[in-house]
Design a protein around this ligand. Structure first.
Ligand code: PEP
Ligand code: MN
Length: 291
């Protein structure tokens, strides 16, 4: 189907949805992203301790999450903020995931760390601040691990897909696009969730699209309404920050959900997930032709 925005993406090759291509379904451990299941990835912003990650993994798995998130290498805006536990953090994630049946997604910040992070994680996260780190995109492109690519906070959608194209061109077909909010003029929210990015990306690309309402919101109270919006807009899943005691978190506590809030979110979303499954075809959502 042609949309007013379609010509903007016409010079792309590998990421484009064409009549000949089916949609990409990414497999990570025993989870598939981009298929019929709505996949929720959840966990702390940063790995802080064995107990913190273990408790979170158990809570989010029991609530229905399929992937454990958590940063071991943290790209902090301030050099004085907690930078992460590094390889020890990766080990903590792996142990917690293995004992709960979850897959792991965690950030890799530089090409030199791709092999190390790949030893511990099923999915390599490229963060917003790294979306245009082309050496890193090439390195994850040469890896056999799926890549969760976050939209740069000031990146237009063409630039976002350009970065995904770099990963595919380097041989890795398994990219999950993640909308996590963009910088706008409003300071009430940390970022502005670009809900339209979901149907636009799904209409032009065959790659799965997920939404991170936590970094978009920057406030715990907004995570649920943004998650609902993302679900009905046609996202294939969510990436949500959860912490056992958000007020003590070393990073992003204000936007992290408690276990009880996460359980509530998972229950609350069920009718929205069912509604989105009925609508199914993103082209129809984009065209407003929903049942
Ligand atoms: C994260 O998900 O841990 C993170 C740092 O998010 P972003 O790259 O979107 O800022
Ligand atoms: Mn965070």
């Amino acid at each position: 189907m042609e949309f007013p925005w379609s010509p903007r993406f016409s010079r792309f090759e590998l990421v484009l949805l064409t009549d000949e291509r089916s949609r990409t379904v990414v497999r990570a451990g025993n989870v598939t992203i981009g298929d019929s299941e709505f996949v929720v990835m959840a966990g702390p912003c940063a790995v802080e301790s064995e107990w913190q990650v273990r408790a979170t993994a158990e809570a989010v798995a029991a609530a229905g999450a399929r992937v454990l998130r958590g940063g071991a290498f943290k790209p902090r805006t301030s050099p004085y903020s907690f930078q992460g536990l590094g390889e020890e953090g990766l080990k903590i994630l792996r142990r917690a995931a293995d004992s709960t049946g979850l897959a792991v997604v965690t950030e890799v910040m530089c090409p030199e760390d791709v092999a190390l992070v790949s030893e511990y994680a099923e999915i390599l996260q490229v963060g917003s601040r790294s979306m245009e780190n082309f050496a890193l995109l090439e390195a994850v492109g040469r890896s056999s691990r799926p890549v969760l690519l976050k939209r740069g906070m000031t990146a237009i959608l063409e630039e976002f897909l350009q970065s995904a194209e770099v990963v595919l061109r380097n041989g890795n077909p398994d990219v999950i696009l993640c909308e996590r909010g963009i910088r706008t003029f409003d300071a009430v929210t940390r970022n502005t969730l670009d809900v339209a990015a979901v149907p636009v990306l799904k209409s032009v690309s065959h790659l799965p699209v997920i939404v991170d309402p936590s970094h978009a919101a920057g406030a715990r109270a907004l995570v649920l309404p943004l998650a609902r919006a993302a679900t009905v807009a046609g996202a294939d899943g969510l990436l949500v920050e959860v912490h056992p005691a958000p007020e003590t978190a070393l990073s992003d506590g204000v936007q992290s959900l408690t276990f009880a809030e996460f359980r509530n979110l998972m229950t609350d979303l069920q009718p929205y997930v069912a509604l989105a499954a009925d609508m199914r075809e993103p082209e129809l959502i984009a065209a407003g032709k929903v049942v």
